[in-house]
Design a protein around this ligand. Structure first.
Ligand code: 13P
Ligand code: SF4
Length: 392
Protein backbone atom coordinates (compact mmCIF):
# COMPACT_ATOMS: atom_id res chain seq x y z
CA UNK A 1 0.00 0.00 0.00
CA UNK A 2 1.31 3.45 -0.88
CA UNK A 3 2.56 6.23 1.38
CA UNK A 4 0.45 7.27 4.35
CA UNK A 5 1.29 10.93 3.75
CA UNK A 6 -1.95 11.01 1.74
CA UNK A 7 -4.60 13.72 1.97
CA UNK A 8 -7.19 11.08 2.88
CA UNK A 9 -9.46 11.81 5.85
CA UNK A 10 -11.64 9.02 7.14
CA UNK A 11 -15.37 9.89 6.93
CA UNK A 12 -17.13 10.09 10.28
CA UNK A 13 -19.02 7.09 11.59
CA UNK A 14 -22.68 6.55 10.79
CA UNK A 15 -25.42 4.65 12.58
CA UNK A 16 -25.93 2.73 9.32
CA UNK A 17 -22.40 1.33 9.28
CA UNK A 18 -22.14 -2.39 8.80
CA UNK A 19 -25.78 -3.25 9.17
CA UNK A 20 -25.88 -7.01 8.80
CA UNK A 21 -28.32 -8.13 6.17
CA UNK A 22 -30.42 -11.21 6.73
CA UNK A 23 -28.40 -13.26 9.21
CA UNK A 24 -29.94 -16.69 9.43
CA UNK A 25 -32.44 -16.16 6.60
CA UNK A 26 -33.38 -18.29 3.61
CA UNK A 27 -30.25 -19.89 2.06
CA UNK A 28 -31.78 -19.51 -1.42
CA UNK A 29 -32.00 -15.77 -0.92
CA UNK A 30 -29.30 -13.34 -1.98
CA UNK A 31 -29.10 -12.40 1.68
CA UNK A 32 -27.51 -15.73 2.49
CA UNK A 33 -27.05 -17.40 5.82
CA UNK A 34 -24.57 -17.52 8.64
CA UNK A 35 -21.22 -19.05 7.81
CA UNK A 36 -21.03 -22.67 8.99
CA UNK A 37 -17.28 -22.51 9.47
CA UNK A 38 -15.03 -22.69 12.52
CA UNK A 39 -13.42 -19.36 11.77
CA UNK A 40 -10.02 -18.24 13.00
CA UNK A 41 -10.17 -15.30 15.40
CA UNK A 42 -9.83 -11.90 13.69
CA UNK A 43 -7.10 -11.11 16.23
CA UNK A 44 -4.97 -14.10 15.15
CA UNK A 45 -1.60 -12.49 14.24
CA UNK A 46 -0.84 -15.32 11.80
CA UNK A 47 -3.80 -14.76 9.46
CA UNK A 48 -1.71 -13.28 6.64
CA UNK A 49 0.89 -16.06 6.94
CA UNK A 50 -1.87 -18.71 7.04
CA UNK A 51 -3.58 -17.34 3.91
CA UNK A 52 -0.23 -17.11 2.12
CA UNK A 53 0.67 -20.69 3.05
CA UNK A 54 -2.74 -22.10 2.10
CA UNK A 55 -2.71 -20.32 -1.24
CA UNK A 56 0.82 -21.52 -1.97
CA UNK A 57 -0.16 -25.10 -1.06
CA UNK A 58 -3.09 -24.96 -3.51
CA UNK A 59 -0.97 -23.39 -6.27
CA UNK A 60 -2.67 -23.23 -9.66
CA UNK A 61 -5.62 -25.32 -8.39
CA UNK A 62 -7.09 -22.14 -6.92
CA UNK A 63 -7.85 -18.78 -8.53
CA UNK A 64 -8.92 -15.92 -6.29
CA UNK A 65 -11.11 -13.16 -7.73
CA UNK A 66 -11.56 -9.89 -5.79
CA UNK A 67 -14.16 -7.20 -6.45
CA UNK A 68 -12.93 -3.63 -6.04
CA UNK A 69 -15.17 -3.12 -2.99
CA UNK A 70 -13.43 -5.82 -0.99
CA UNK A 71 -11.36 -5.00 2.08
CA UNK A 72 -7.59 -4.45 1.62
CA UNK A 73 -6.89 -7.47 3.85
CA UNK A 74 -8.69 -9.64 1.26
CA UNK A 75 -7.69 -7.82 -1.94
CA UNK A 76 -4.01 -8.52 -1.21
CA UNK A 77 -4.71 -12.21 -1.92
CA UNK A 78 -6.68 -11.69 -5.16
CA UNK A 79 -5.09 -13.03 -8.36
CA UNK A 80 -7.27 -10.60 -10.28
CA UNK A 81 -9.24 -7.58 -9.10
CA UNK A 82 -12.01 -6.02 -11.14
CA UNK A 83 -15.53 -4.73 -11.53
CA UNK A 84 -18.30 -7.25 -12.00
CA UNK A 85 -17.83 -7.34 -15.80
CA UNK A 86 -14.09 -7.98 -15.65
CA UNK A 87 -14.53 -10.63 -12.96
CA UNK A 88 -17.15 -12.45 -15.07
CA UNK A 89 -14.74 -12.42 -18.01
CA UNK A 90 -11.88 -13.64 -15.83
CA UNK A 91 -13.93 -16.47 -14.34
CA UNK A 92 -14.82 -17.62 -17.87
CA UNK A 93 -11.16 -17.42 -18.94
CA UNK A 94 -9.78 -19.79 -16.26
CA UNK A 95 -10.96 -23.30 -17.21
CA UNK A 96 -7.87 -24.88 -15.59
CA UNK A 97 -8.47 -23.66 -12.05
CA UNK A 98 -10.23 -26.32 -9.98
CA UNK A 99 -11.47 -23.81 -7.43
CA UNK A 100 -12.56 -20.20 -8.00
CA UNK A 101 -12.62 -18.43 -4.64
CA UNK A 102 -14.88 -15.46 -5.23
CA UNK A 103 -14.25 -12.49 -2.94
CA UNK A 104 -17.34 -10.53 -3.84
CA UNK A 105 -21.04 -11.15 -3.37
CA UNK A 106 -23.44 -14.01 -4.06
CA UNK A 107 -24.77 -12.93 -7.49
CA UNK A 108 -21.18 -12.58 -8.78
CA UNK A 109 -20.30 -16.08 -7.57
CA UNK A 110 -23.45 -17.44 -9.26
CA UNK A 111 -22.41 -15.81 -12.55
CA UNK A 112 -18.93 -17.29 -12.16
CA UNK A 113 -20.47 -20.74 -11.62
CA UNK A 114 -22.58 -20.33 -14.77
CA UNK A 115 -19.57 -19.21 -16.83
CA UNK A 116 -17.12 -21.86 -15.61
CA UNK A 117 -16.96 -25.56 -16.55
CA UNK A 118 -18.99 -28.20 -14.63
CA UNK A 119 -15.75 -29.57 -13.14
CA UNK A 120 -14.84 -26.23 -11.54
CA UNK A 121 -16.22 -25.20 -8.18
CA UNK A 122 -16.95 -21.62 -7.12
CA UNK A 123 -16.57 -20.80 -3.44
CA UNK A 124 -17.97 -17.76 -1.62
CA UNK A 125 -15.99 -17.46 1.64
CA UNK A 126 -19.05 -16.18 3.54
CA UNK A 127 -22.54 -17.15 2.38
CA UNK A 128 -23.94 -14.04 4.07
CA UNK A 129 -22.28 -11.90 1.39
CA UNK A 130 -25.46 -11.15 -0.56
CA UNK A 131 -26.65 -7.93 -2.20
CA UNK A 132 -29.63 -5.90 -1.05
CA UNK A 133 -30.25 -4.64 -4.59
CA UNK A 134 -30.37 -8.15 -6.05
CA UNK A 135 -32.84 -9.08 -3.30
CA UNK A 136 -35.21 -6.35 -4.53
CA UNK A 137 -36.19 -8.41 -7.59
CA UNK A 138 -37.68 -11.83 -6.79
CA UNK A 139 -38.51 -14.18 -9.67
CA UNK A 140 -42.21 -14.53 -8.75
CA UNK A 141 -42.64 -10.75 -8.76
CA UNK A 142 -40.90 -10.42 -12.12
CA UNK A 143 -43.04 -13.17 -13.67
CA UNK A 144 -46.18 -11.45 -12.35
CA UNK A 145 -45.08 -8.24 -14.05
CA UNK A 146 -44.41 -10.06 -17.33
CA UNK A 147 -47.84 -11.75 -17.24
CA UNK A 148 -49.35 -8.29 -16.85
CA UNK A 149 -47.38 -7.07 -19.89
CA UNK A 150 -48.69 -10.11 -21.80
CA UNK A 151 -52.28 -9.29 -20.78
CA UNK A 152 -51.77 -5.75 -22.08
CA UNK A 153 -50.41 -7.14 -25.36
CA UNK A 154 -47.05 -5.36 -25.01
CA UNK A 155 -44.74 -8.21 -23.92
CA UNK A 156 -43.76 -8.88 -27.54
CA UNK A 157 -42.38 -5.33 -27.83
CA UNK A 158 -40.32 -5.57 -24.64
CA UNK A 159 -36.71 -6.72 -24.26
CA UNK A 160 -35.84 -7.60 -20.64
CA UNK A 161 -32.43 -6.41 -19.48
CA UNK A 162 -31.02 -7.28 -16.11
CA UNK A 163 -28.09 -5.73 -14.36
CA UNK A 164 -25.43 -8.24 -13.36
CA UNK A 165 -26.50 -7.45 -9.79
CA UNK A 166 -29.42 -9.89 -9.84
CA UNK A 167 -29.95 -13.51 -8.88
CA UNK A 168 -29.32 -16.33 -11.36
CA UNK A 169 -33.04 -17.05 -11.71
CA UNK A 170 -33.69 -13.44 -12.80
CA UNK A 171 -30.90 -13.83 -15.38
CA UNK A 172 -32.59 -17.08 -16.43
CA UNK A 173 -35.90 -15.24 -16.87
CA UNK A 174 -34.11 -12.69 -19.07
CA UNK A 175 -32.39 -15.41 -21.09
CA UNK A 176 -35.62 -17.29 -21.86
CA UNK A 177 -37.29 -14.03 -22.89
CA UNK A 178 -34.51 -13.13 -25.36
CA UNK A 179 -32.92 -10.38 -23.30
CA UNK A 180 -29.44 -9.57 -22.08
CA UNK A 181 -27.42 -9.04 -18.90
CA UNK A 182 -25.53 -5.78 -18.51
CA UNK A 183 -23.02 -4.32 -16.08
CA UNK A 184 -22.20 -0.72 -15.27
CA UNK A 185 -19.38 -0.93 -17.87
CA UNK A 186 -21.60 -1.88 -20.79
CA UNK A 187 -25.16 -0.71 -19.97
CA UNK A 188 -25.15 1.70 -22.93
CA UNK A 189 -24.13 -1.04 -25.37
CA UNK A 190 -26.65 -3.47 -23.88
CA UNK A 191 -29.49 -0.94 -24.18
CA UNK A 192 -28.47 0.01 -27.72
CA UNK A 193 -28.61 -3.68 -28.71
CA UNK A 194 -31.95 -4.11 -26.89
CA UNK A 195 -33.60 -1.19 -28.67
CA UNK A 196 -32.57 -2.81 -31.95
CA UNK A 197 -34.54 -5.93 -30.88
CA UNK A 198 -37.67 -4.21 -29.53
CA UNK A 199 -39.24 -0.84 -28.85
CA UNK A 200 -39.27 -1.07 -25.04
CA UNK A 201 -36.90 -2.25 -22.33
CA UNK A 202 -37.86 -3.79 -18.99
CA UNK A 203 -34.82 -2.94 -16.83
CA UNK A 204 -34.08 -4.96 -13.66
CA UNK A 205 -33.38 -4.38 -10.79
CA UNK A 206 -31.53 -1.02 -10.57
CA UNK A 207 -33.78 1.85 -11.53
CA UNK A 208 -30.86 4.31 -11.30
CA UNK A 209 -28.50 2.55 -13.72
CA UNK A 210 -31.41 2.11 -16.15
CA UNK A 211 -32.58 5.71 -15.92
CA UNK A 212 -29.09 7.23 -15.95
CA UNK A 213 -28.04 5.25 -19.00
CA UNK A 214 -31.25 5.85 -20.97
CA UNK A 215 -31.53 9.56 -20.21
CA UNK A 216 -27.95 10.76 -19.83
CA UNK A 217 -26.24 8.54 -22.39
CA UNK A 218 -28.92 7.58 -24.92
CA UNK A 219 -31.01 10.73 -25.21
CA UNK A 220 -34.31 9.49 -23.80
CA UNK A 221 -36.51 11.83 -21.76
CA UNK A 222 -37.37 11.23 -18.14
CA UNK A 223 -40.97 10.97 -19.38
CA UNK A 224 -39.99 7.94 -21.47
CA UNK A 225 -39.26 6.08 -18.20
CA UNK A 226 -41.83 4.64 -15.79
CA UNK A 227 -41.16 3.02 -12.43
CA UNK A 228 -42.67 -0.43 -11.85
CA UNK A 229 -43.24 -1.00 -8.13
CA UNK A 230 -43.55 -4.76 -7.46
CA UNK A 231 -45.35 -4.06 -4.19
CA UNK A 232 -48.28 -2.33 -5.92
CA UNK A 233 -50.98 -3.94 -8.10
CA UNK A 234 -49.88 -3.79 -11.75
CA UNK A 235 -46.70 -2.08 -10.61
CA UNK A 236 -48.69 1.04 -9.66
CA UNK A 237 -48.95 1.95 -13.38
CA UNK A 238 -51.88 2.32 -15.75
CA UNK A 239 -52.04 0.39 -19.00
CA UNK A 240 -51.59 3.67 -20.85
CA UNK A 241 -48.44 4.53 -18.93
CA UNK A 242 -46.96 1.12 -19.74
CA UNK A 243 -47.98 1.34 -23.41
CA UNK A 244 -46.35 4.78 -23.77
CA UNK A 245 -43.16 3.97 -21.87
CA UNK A 246 -39.85 3.14 -23.57
CA UNK A 247 -38.04 2.19 -20.33
CA UNK A 248 -39.92 0.24 -17.68
CA UNK A 249 -37.65 0.51 -14.64
CA UNK A 250 -37.90 -1.94 -11.77
CA UNK A 251 -38.12 -0.21 -8.39
CA UNK A 252 -34.76 -1.38 -7.02
CA UNK A 253 -31.64 0.46 -5.95
CA UNK A 254 -28.26 0.03 -4.28
CA UNK A 255 -28.41 0.82 -0.58
CA UNK A 256 -24.81 2.09 -0.70
CA UNK A 257 -24.86 4.35 -3.79
CA UNK A 258 -28.43 5.44 -3.08
CA UNK A 259 -27.16 7.30 -0.02
CA UNK A 260 -25.27 9.99 -1.96
CA UNK A 261 -27.39 13.12 -2.36
CA UNK A 262 -27.38 16.32 -4.35
CA UNK A 263 -26.53 18.06 -1.06
CA UNK A 264 -23.30 16.04 -0.84
CA UNK A 265 -22.35 17.29 -4.31
CA UNK A 266 -23.20 20.92 -3.49
CA UNK A 267 -21.41 20.73 -0.15
CA UNK A 268 -18.15 19.40 -1.60
CA UNK A 269 -18.18 21.94 -4.44
CA UNK A 270 -18.45 24.75 -1.88
CA UNK A 271 -15.82 23.27 0.39
CA UNK A 272 -13.27 22.35 -2.32
CA UNK A 273 -13.19 24.81 -5.23
CA UNK A 274 -12.35 23.11 -8.53
CA UNK A 275 -13.13 19.64 -7.23
CA UNK A 276 -14.07 16.97 -9.80
CA UNK A 277 -17.10 14.94 -8.81
CA UNK A 278 -16.85 11.34 -10.01
CA UNK A 279 -19.70 8.90 -9.29
CA UNK A 280 -20.91 5.41 -10.05
CA UNK A 281 -24.07 5.14 -12.23
CA UNK A 282 -25.90 3.33 -9.39
CA UNK A 283 -26.21 6.79 -7.78
CA UNK A 284 -29.49 8.67 -8.00
CA UNK A 285 -30.28 10.57 -11.19
CA UNK A 286 -29.93 14.06 -9.68
CA UNK A 287 -26.52 13.12 -8.23
CA UNK A 288 -25.24 11.72 -11.53
CA UNK A 289 -26.59 14.73 -13.41
CA UNK A 290 -24.73 17.07 -11.04
CA UNK A 291 -21.47 15.08 -11.24
CA UNK A 292 -18.62 15.79 -13.67
CA UNK A 293 -17.86 12.16 -14.50
CA UNK A 294 -19.79 8.90 -14.20
CA UNK A 295 -18.68 5.31 -14.65
CA UNK A 296 -18.18 1.81 -13.28
CA UNK A 297 -15.61 0.99 -10.63
CA UNK A 298 -13.08 0.10 -13.33
CA UNK A 299 -13.73 3.49 -15.00
CA UNK A 300 -13.31 5.29 -11.66
CA UNK A 301 -9.93 3.62 -11.09
CA UNK A 302 -8.69 4.53 -14.58
CA UNK A 303 -9.93 8.13 -14.27
CA UNK A 304 -8.03 8.63 -11.01
CA UNK A 305 -4.90 6.91 -12.34
CA UNK A 306 -4.91 9.34 -15.26
CA UNK A 307 -5.73 12.47 -13.20
CA UNK A 308 -2.99 15.10 -12.94
CA UNK A 309 -1.07 15.53 -9.69
CA UNK A 310 -2.64 18.19 -7.49
CA UNK A 311 -6.18 17.67 -8.81
CA UNK A 312 -9.06 17.22 -6.36
CA UNK A 313 -11.66 14.46 -6.62
CA UNK A 314 -14.82 13.68 -4.65
CA UNK A 315 -15.77 10.09 -5.39
CA UNK A 316 -19.24 8.61 -4.98
CA UNK A 317 -18.77 4.89 -4.67
CA UNK A 318 -18.01 2.30 -1.99
CA UNK A 319 -15.60 3.40 0.72
CA UNK A 320 -13.07 0.52 0.59
CA UNK A 321 -12.30 1.43 -3.02
CA UNK A 322 -12.20 5.20 -2.45
CA UNK A 323 -9.88 4.82 0.51
CA UNK A 324 -7.56 2.49 -1.42
CA UNK A 325 -7.41 4.93 -4.33
CA UNK A 326 -6.72 7.88 -2.01
CA UNK A 327 -3.83 6.03 -0.37
CA UNK A 328 -2.48 4.91 -3.75
CA UNK A 329 -2.41 8.50 -5.08
CA UNK A 330 -1.01 10.71 -2.30
CA UNK A 331 -0.21 13.39 -4.92
CA UNK A 332 -3.94 13.87 -5.65
CA UNK A 333 -6.61 15.02 -3.26
CA UNK A 334 -9.10 12.15 -3.30
CA UNK A 335 -12.03 12.28 -0.90
CA UNK A 336 -15.24 10.45 -0.26
CA UNK A 337 -18.32 12.24 -1.64
CA UNK A 338 -20.35 11.78 1.52
CA UNK A 339 -19.44 12.87 5.04
CA UNK A 340 -20.40 9.53 6.57
CA UNK A 341 -19.20 5.98 6.15
CA UNK A 342 -20.62 4.11 3.19
CA UNK A 343 -19.29 0.55 3.18
CA UNK A 344 -21.23 -2.18 1.46
CA UNK A 345 -21.98 -4.27 4.54
CA UNK A 346 -22.39 -7.47 2.57
CA UNK A 347 -19.17 -7.04 0.53
CA UNK A 348 -17.48 -6.48 3.88
CA UNK A 349 -18.68 -9.86 5.11
CA UNK A 350 -15.71 -11.39 3.28
CA UNK A 351 -12.86 -10.73 5.68
CA UNK A 352 -9.49 -12.34 6.24
CA UNK A 353 -10.77 -14.95 8.75
CA UNK A 354 -13.36 -16.17 6.20
CA UNK A 355 -10.75 -16.25 3.42
CA UNK A 356 -8.25 -18.16 5.58
CA UNK A 357 -10.98 -20.61 6.60
CA UNK A 358 -12.07 -21.22 2.99
CA UNK A 359 -8.50 -21.71 1.72
CA UNK A 360 -7.50 -24.00 4.61
CA UNK A 361 -10.64 -26.10 4.08
CA UNK A 362 -9.59 -26.59 0.46
CA UNK A 363 -6.08 -27.59 1.54
CA UNK A 364 -7.65 -30.13 3.91
CA UNK A 365 -9.62 -31.64 1.01
CA UNK A 366 -13.02 -30.20 1.94
CA UNK A 367 -14.84 -27.80 -0.39
CA UNK A 368 -16.77 -25.19 1.61
CA UNK A 369 -19.57 -22.79 0.62
CA UNK A 370 -19.95 -23.99 -2.97
CA UNK A 371 -22.20 -21.76 -5.08
CA UNK A 372 -24.01 -23.96 -7.54
CA UNK A 373 -26.76 -22.89 -9.92
CA UNK A 374 -29.14 -25.63 -11.10
CA UNK A 375 -28.69 -26.80 -14.68
CA UNK A 376 -31.87 -25.33 -16.21
CA UNK A 377 -31.41 -21.90 -14.60
CA UNK A 378 -27.71 -21.92 -15.49
CA UNK A 379 -28.49 -22.75 -19.13
CA UNK A 380 -31.05 -19.94 -19.47
CA UNK A 381 -28.92 -17.42 -17.57
CA UNK A 382 -25.93 -18.32 -19.72
CA UNK A 383 -27.87 -17.32 -22.83
CA UNK A 384 -28.29 -13.81 -21.38
CA UNK A 385 -24.69 -13.67 -20.10
CA UNK A 386 -23.26 -14.88 -23.42
CA UNK A 387 -25.36 -12.25 -25.18
CA UNK A 388 -23.68 -9.66 -22.94
CA UNK A 389 -20.18 -11.03 -23.58
CA UNK A 390 -20.93 -10.91 -27.34
CA UNK A 391 -22.19 -7.29 -27.38
CA UNK A 392 -20.59 -5.28 -30.18
P1 13P B 1 -19.44 -2.65 -10.86
O1 13P B 1 -18.50 -3.63 -10.30
O2 13P B 1 -20.07 -3.17 -12.13
O3 13P B 1 -18.88 -1.28 -11.03
O4 13P B 1 -20.69 -2.54 -9.86
C1 13P B 1 -20.56 -2.02 -8.60
C2 13P B 1 -21.33 -2.78 -7.64
O5 13P B 1 -22.19 -2.29 -6.96
C3 13P B 1 -21.04 -4.18 -7.49
O6 13P B 1 -21.87 -4.71 -6.56
FE1 SF4 C 1 -25.24 -4.68 -3.89
FE2 SF4 C 1 -24.77 -2.06 -3.73
FE3 SF4 C 1 -23.33 -3.75 -2.27
FE4 SF4 C 1 -22.99 -3.65 -4.92
S1 SF4 C 1 -22.54 -2.03 -3.47
S2 SF4 C 1 -23.16 -5.50 -3.65
S3 SF4 C 1 -25.11 -3.24 -5.58
S4 SF4 C 1 -25.57 -3.39 -2.08
Amino acid sequence: MASVTSTWTEPSDSPLTLLLLGRGTDPASERGVDCPGDLPAPSDPDLVARATAAKAALGSRVFVLGHHYQRDEVIQFADVTGDSFKLAQQAAARPDAEFIVFCGVHFMAESADILTTPAQRVILPDLAAGCSMADMAVLGQVETAWEHFEDLGIAGDIVPVTYMNSSADIKGFVGRNKGVVCTSSNANRALTWSFEQGSKVFFLPDQHLGRNTAVLEMGFDLDDCVLYDPHKPNGGLTGEQLRNARMILWRGHCSVHGRFTLDSVREVRERVPGVNVLVHPECRHDVVRAADYVGSTEYIIKALDAAPAGSAWAVGTELNLVRRLALAHPDKQIMFLDRTVCYCSTMNRIDLPHLVWALEELVAGRVPNVISVDEKTAHEARVALDQMLALP
